[in-house]
Design a protein. Sequence first.
Length: 291
Amino acid sequence: MPSHHDLALLAAVGAAVVFAWNLGRNSRPWAGQSAAEPSPSPSPCAPPAANSLPGILVITGASKGIGLATAKRFLASGWRVLNLSRSPCPLAGVVHRQCDLGAPGWEAGLAAWAAEELGLAPGAANRICLVHNAAVMVRDSALCPDGDAMLRSFAINVVAPAVLNGVFSPAMGPGSSILYIGSTLSEKGVPGSASYVASKHAVAGLMKVTTQDLKGRDGVHSCCVCPGFTATEMLVAHLGSDPAVRDMILGMQTMGRLLETSEIADVVHFCALNPSVNGTVLHANLGQVER
């Protein structure tokens, strides 16, 4: 004859079986009903769904080089593209505003143009990616600088981005970003490029301040992409035609080649979609040989 303990155990097992049967019955569809897939719970670490949607790219210097490749990359993803540069962007569909970012008064009428092109009503917001790409490089020494050339370098490389931030940031909604194109020389120094090195250090600093000033602007982020040696017209002109100089540059790369502009464009596009990079100085240089 079973003991009281055995009877209690049998009762508990029976109750569990009945509960499991009822649970399965209630979760199964009845005749004619299709089973519904359970809705996956969103990961707390996942970026907002809006980050996959295209928006408006506002870029400087998209007539060639990294800027042109970046405009092409965003166009391919369905973004609308607005370009500010001296020469027009050759890509179909890009809205161009001709201006010299180093000339006095270049920003006159910019706010009205931006409002018209963005189609903004007062207080409205768009998803905007502002890419500060335009830059000028001159050969100069910190021991014998050309003051005018240095002022122009800072006007284009540093002051113009700050001015553009003031124009476009009020219209930025969730998913927007302010991206700076720095350089390996944003954190290093080489001889003969005082204005460029100093201004690119300033670009990285401006990004860091931008990140702090964006505190409280939910969904808007910033970072600085620092390309290594990239096959652009500016780099080729800076290096000259001496094969020995090119071989020296290639010898400084662990992969033995120059970056393609499309590779940097892919990095910029990634940064626009991923707020996890907020506040970072991101180097894309194929791995440089440290000496």
